[in-house]
Ligand binder design. Structure first.
Ligand code: HEM
Length: 538
C-alpha cells in the first residue's frame, strides 16, 4: 500500500484507490506515474512503427484485454440494490440468530436475475427469477439464495448440470437465447417428470414477472432454525412484496423484450432513484422437527414440494427495504458471490439432496468466476463481522497477514485457542441423527409422486390464469420440432388435469392422451392464485 493521502490535485493515492473516482486533473499509470498523453502510441516518428518499449500502451491494452470475467454459469443476467432489513423479533422464539432479534437493522444487498439467459439477454423472458439476499449481520454473512418460484426442477443436485444443459441454448447454433420454448428443455422436463411442478409455475403468470418489485421470493428448501435452548424448528422462507404479485401477459412480454430489453433492471433502478423504495416482508412457515421431516404427509426434504399456506400460514418476521442503487455494476452486481452455505448461528440446513449439492457448487464456481479463492475480500462480499481466519495467500490476496503460525493452537504467536460452545456465539451444527441405512444411489418413495402438487396448483388457478397456462403450454410445445416431445408433453398434462391436456392438445392439433396415473384427489389452495394477492401486514 502507498501513502494514505490525497495529492494536491485531489487524486486519491495509495490505500484510497479502493474507492477511486474518476477525478483529478491528470492521469497516471496504474503505478502512479504521471502521464502526459494517452491518445498516441510511442512511435519512431509520427508515421513510423509503434515501439515495443511503449510501457503505457502495453499496460493500457493489457488491462483492457482482461476486463471481462466469465459470466455466471446460470443466473448470468441480473440487477441489484442495497437496502436495510429490520427484524420484527417474531422469530426470536425459534432462532437465536442475532439479526432476527427485535428491531435489529441489518444492511443487505439483493440481486435479482433470470436463470437461463446470458448477461446481455432480455429481461421479460419466460423464466424463473433469482432472488438472492446477502445479509451483512454482526455474526457473519447470511445468504438467502432463493427464487421467485417456490419449487425446483430437480430433487437431487446431481441432475443440475443436466437440467441446465437442457435449458440453455442448443449447443449447435446457440438458439434460443433465453426462452424455454425449445426441444431440449421439453425433452428434459417430460423425461424427468419431477420437473412438472416447477414447469407449470413457469407456464403460469409467475413465469413472466411484471417487475422485480412485484415478485415473491422463496428459499425453497426446508431449513432448520435453532433457538438459544437448542430447540429446533423446520422452516421455509418466503419474501412477500408490498406491491403484491403482478405479471405481464405474454404479448406484453414479447413486445417489451424488443422495445426495452432492460425493462426490469430499469424499473428497479428508476423506482429507487425516485424514492419509491421496493419493500418485502420476510416470513416463515414453521413445522415441527420430527424424525420423518414431513408435514401433513408432505415430504419437507423434497424441493419439488410446497406446503400450502392454508396448512401452514406464513408468519411475518421482518421487513426489507431496498433504498440504494449500486454505483458500479461490475464491482457490486457482477462481483457479488452468494452461497447457500453462508449461514449464521441459529440457522442450519436439512438433508435436502438438492441443497447438499448447492453447498458445494457455489464456492466451486466462484473460484473460476472470480479468479481464485479470495473473493470474500472483494468489497461487496466482505463481511461486517470481524474476521480472524487462517486462510492464506493465493490469487488476488489483498490482506497482508502478520504472524508466523497460521494454525491453532500454536506456541509462537500466542493465538487464540479454540473455544466452542453454545455460549460463545459460535456456529455449531445441530447434532441431528443420521438415518442408519445402506449407501445407495436412489430417492425415497415419497419423492416419486410428481403430479399431485402440479394438479393442486392448476386447480387453484382462476379461469383467466388457467387460460394463460394453456396458452403458454400450447405456444411452447408448439415450438418443439420433435413430435415425440410434444406427445410426451401432452402425457404429462394428462396426468395433471384432463381439461388442461385437452385444451393444449386441441391447440397443437394432436389427440389428447389418457392419464397414466390416478388423478390426485387434492384440494385447491386459494393462496396459490395470483389474482387479488396482497400481503402487507400493516
Ligand atoms: C446461481 C438460486 C439450485 C448452482 C444462483 C443464483 C440464484 C440461485 C438466485 C444467482 C445468485 C446471484 O444473483 O449471484 C437457486 C435455487 C436453487 C438452485 C433457488 C434450488 C432451490 C442450484 C443447484 C446448483 C446451483 C442444485 C448446483 C448443484 C448455481 C451456480 C450459480 C447459481 C453454479 C452461479 C453462482 C455464481 O456464479 O456466483 N442460484 N439455485 N444452483 N446456482 Fe443456483
Amino acid at each position: 500500500t502507498g501513502p494514505d493521502t490525497v495529492s494536491p490535485t485531489g487524486q486519491p493515492t495509495g490505500a484510497d484507490q479502493s474507492t477511486m473516482a474518476q477525478a483529478g486533473s491528470y492521469l497516471t499509470t496504474a503505478q502512479g506515474a504521471r502521464l502526459y498523453d494517452t491518445d498516441h502510441s510511442l512511435k519512431a516518428g509520427p508515421r513510423g512503427p509503434v515501439l515495443l518499449q511503449d510501457h503505457h500502451l502495453r499496460e493500457k491494452i493489457m488491462h483492457f484485454d482482461h476486463e471481462r470475467i466469465p459470466e455466471r454459469v446460470v443466473h448470468a443476467r441480473g440487477a441489484a440494490a442495497h437496502g436495510i432489513f429490520t427484524s420484527y423479533g417474531t422469530a426470536a422464539s425459534v432462532t437465536k440468530a442475532a439479526f432476527l432479534a427485535k428491531d435489529v437493522e441489518t444492511p443487505v444487498f439483493v440481486r435479482f436475475s433470470t436463470v437461463l439467459g446470458s448477461r446481455g439477454s432480455a429481461d421479460t423472458v419466460r423464466d424463473t427469477r433469482g432472488f438472492a439476499t446477502k445479509f451483512y449481520t454482526g455474526e457473519g454473512v447470511f445468504d438467502l439464495v432463493g427464487n421467485n418460484i417456490p419449487v425446483f426442477f430437480i430433487q437431487d443436485a446431481i441432475k443440475f448440470p443436466d437440467v441446465i444443459h437442457a435449458g440453455k441454448p442448443h449447443p449447435d447454433r446457440e438458439i434460443p437465447q433465453a426462452q424455454s420454448a425449445h426441444d431440449t428443455f421439453w425433452d428434459f422436463v417430460t423425461l424427468h417428470t419431477e420437473a412438472t411442478h416447477h414447469t407449470i409455475w413457469n407456464m403460469s403468470d409467475r413465469g413472466i414477472a411484471r417487475s422485480f418489485r412485484m415478485m415473491e421470493g422463496f428459499g425453497i428448501h426446508t431449513f432448520r432454525l435453532v433457538n438459544d435452548k437448542g430447540n429446533t424448528t423446520l422452516v421455509k422462507w418466503h419474501w412477500k412484496p408490498k406491491l403484491g404479485v403482478h405479471s405481464l401477459v405474454w404479448e406484453e412480454a414479447q413486445i417489451i423484450n424488443g422495445v426495452d430489453p432492460d425493462f426490469h433492471r430499469r424499473d428497479l433502478a428508476d423506482a429507487i432513484e425516485a424514492g419509491a423504495y421496493p419493500e418485502w416482508e420476510l416470513g416463515i412457515q414453521t413445522f415441527p422437527d420430527t424424525p420423518e421431516q414431513t408435514f401433513e404427509g408432505i415430504d419437507l426434504l423434497d424441493p419439488t414440494n410446497i406446503v400450502p399456506e392454508e396448512l401452514a400460514p406464513v408468519q411475518p418476521i421482518g421487513r426489507l427495504v431496498l433504498n440504494r442503487n449500486p454505483e458500479n455494476f461490475f464491482a457490486e452486481t457482477e462481483q457479488v458471490a452468494f452461497h447457500p452455505g453462508h449461514l449464521v448461528s441459529g440457522i442450519d440446513i436439512t438433508d435436502d439432496p438438492l441443497l447438499a449439492g448447492r453447498l458445494f457448487s457455489y464456492l466451486d464456481t466462484q473460484i473460476t468466476r472470480l479468479g481464485g479463492p479470495n473473493f470474500g475480500q472483494i468489497p461487496i462480499n466482505r463481511t461486517h463481522a470481524p474476521v480472524n481466519d487462517m486462510l492464506r495467500d493465493s490469487f488476488h490476496q489483498s490482506a497482508v497477514h502478520t504472524g508466523v503460525a497460521p494454525y491453532r493452537p500454536n506456541s509462537l504467536d500466542g493465538g487464540c485457542p479454540f473455544t466452542a460452545g453454545a455460549d460463545t456465539g459460535a456456529y455449531i451444527e445441530t447434532p441431528v441423527r443420521v438415518p442408519e441405512a445402506k449407501k445407495v444411489r436412489d430417492a425415497p418413495e415419497s419423492f416419486k409422486d410428481h403430479f399431485s402438487q402440479p394438479r393442486r396448483f392448476y386447480l387453484s388457478m382462476s379461469p383467466v390464469e388457467r387460460e394463460h397456462i394453456i396458452g403458454a403450454y400450447t405456444f411452447e410445445l408448439g415450438k418443439c420440432w420433435e413430435q415425440a416431445i410434444k406427445e410426451r408433453g401432452l402425457q404429462v398434462l394428462a396426468n395433471i388435469d384432463p381439461e388442461l391436456c385437452a385444451e393444449v392438445a386441441a391447440g397443437l392439433g394432436l389427440p389428447a392422451p389418457k392419464a397414466t396415473v390416478p388423478l390426485a384427489d387434492v384440494e385447491p389452495s386459494p393462496a396459490l392464485s395470483q389474482l387479488g394477492r396482497t400481503w402487507p401486514t400493516d
